[in-house]
Every structure is written in C-alpha cells, then in structure tokens.
Ligand binder design. Structure first.
Ligand code: 13P
Length: 252
C-alpha cells in the first residue's frame, strides 16, 4: 500500500506563510520526483488558506490538499461552520475529522465525528478519522478500549463502495510534546486497529492507518516501516518543507 504523508498545518501562519510553504514544497518535489513515487502527499491548511494552496498546486495534481474539519451538517443555520460540499467546491479531496484537539476543546463526540465523516464521504472526499488515548488512559491500561470505542462510534455506516476512509492513530500525549509512542506500542495499536476495522468497513486491508504524534525526520523511518503503519499525520514538522519532505522521503 502506498503510504500517505499528511501535513496538518493546524491554526498556524499567515497567508504569506502558507503561500511560501506550499511553493517551497512544490519546488522541492519538482527536483525530487522519487518522493511522489514512494508516497502520496497531502497538506491540510487552515480553511482561509485553502484557495491560495489550491492556486499554487494547480498543474501539480499529485500533491493533494484537504481541510482540518467540516460541519456535521449539510447546510443551513450553522454560523461559523464550513460544509463538506463547500470544501469539495474548493477541490479538497480529504478532510480530517475528530482530531483530539477538536474532541478536547470543542467537545466533539464520536457521534458528531461520524456525522462529519459521513458528510465528507457524501461529498466525495476521504475522511481521516482520528482516534487516540490520553496519557492517563494509557497508564490505566485502557488505551485499546478507548480506541476501540472511538472507532466504533466515529466510523459512519459505510456503503460497499466506501472503501477509502483513513484512520489516524494519534496518542494525545504524543501530540506536540516531542514524546513519541514506542515502535512496539505503535505496532500493537495499529495491528489492533486493523483487527477492529473488520465489520466496520467494507475492506479493512485497504484502509490506511496513519500514525501521528511528534513524527519528525529523525523518527519517521522507524515509525513508517512498522507493520500496519501506512503513513503519518504530521503537525509541527509539516510547517517546514524541509522536515515535511524529509519525513516523506523516509517512507520508502
Ligand atoms: P505534532 O506532529 O505536532 O505532534 O502533531 C500531530 C498532530 O496532531 C497531527 O494531526
């Protein structure tokens, strides 16, 4: 399975930064085409920077872009929300849903995440459904139980043709902290997720399971060569073209 290397830019940078970052990524890819043979590359800028990224990527369709969230609703009186169809109109092909920062700060439930993922699929985009336990939950030995419940609640009812959801395992305690899960823990959790997908998605073997949480060039090779790790969801290190593409290069 070709790896997916996804950058979650979160709420960072100005329009100028976004333009510079995407231009830098494109420049580097133009001189290092092998990277795109090894993996699919995706960037998820803040909503307002999507049009600038779309403009820059025009003519470079191998590079994909998406959003960091979408509304759980189709349209209507949802002040401040952005619908999946609006994102599709802007040529997004992926949407991150259920990121732990949204679950934590916006109080998003599994049911809401499932509605968002369903909206993404309905609008021909691939949802990247995020799951992951907190440090306290891991210490209590509850990591698998928590992730299992999140998977059960956050994956919407899928049609047989919906074989392209992506799952991102992001242990909350590893996000932005510099701490990464050990390769053994990642292997165990990713294997567990693959098993749990049975019965929840039409083709579990086709689902890409990404690891996220302080992934950087120094640890990417080891993490990305772990069984059932089909790519990475990268925060901090995706804000520099150099480190983002160094991670992508490690996917080979
Ligand atoms: P960091 O790579 O900054 O730890 O963030 C991971 C993440 O939350 C990606 O969605």
């Amino acid at each position: 399975m070709k790896k997916l290397i996804a950058g979650n830019w979160k709420m960072n940078g100005s329009m100028e930064n976004a333009r510079a970052l995407i231009a830098n990524i494109i420049n580097r890819l133009e001189t290092d085409e092998d990277v795109l043979k090894k993996c699919d590359i995706l960037v998820c800028p803040p909503f307002l920077h999507i049009p600038a990224v779309r403009h820059a990527i025009y003519g470079f369709p191998e590079l994909r872009f998406g959003a960091q969230d979408c509304s759980a609703y189709e349209n209507g009186a949802h002040t401040g929300d952005v619908s999946a169809s609006m994102l599709r109109d802007s040529s997004c092909s992926y949407v991150i849903v259920g990121h732990s920062e949204r679950r934590q700060y916006q109080g998003e439930s599994d049911a809401t995440v499932a509605q968002k993922a369903a909206q993404a699929l309905k609008n021909d985009m691939v949802p990247i459904i995020c799951v992951g336990e907190t440090e306290e939950e891991r210490e209590k030995g509850l990591a698998q139980e928590i992730v299992d419940a999140q998977l059960a609640g956050s994956i919407p009812a899928l049609e047989p043709f919906h074989d392209i959801v992506v799952i991102a395992y992001e242990p909350v305690w590893a996000i932005g902290t510099g701490k990464t899960a050990s390769v053994d823990d990642v292997a165990e959790m990713h294997g567990f997720i693959r098993e749990q997908l049975d019965g929840k998605v039409p083709a579990p073997e086709k689902v890409r399971i990404l690891y996220g949480g302080s992934m950087k060039p120094e640890n990417a090779g080891e993490l990305l060569s772990t069984e059932n790790v089909d790519g990475g969801l990268i925060g901090g290190a995706s804000l520099s073209a150099e480190s983002f593409l160094a991670i992508a290069r490690a996917a080979g």
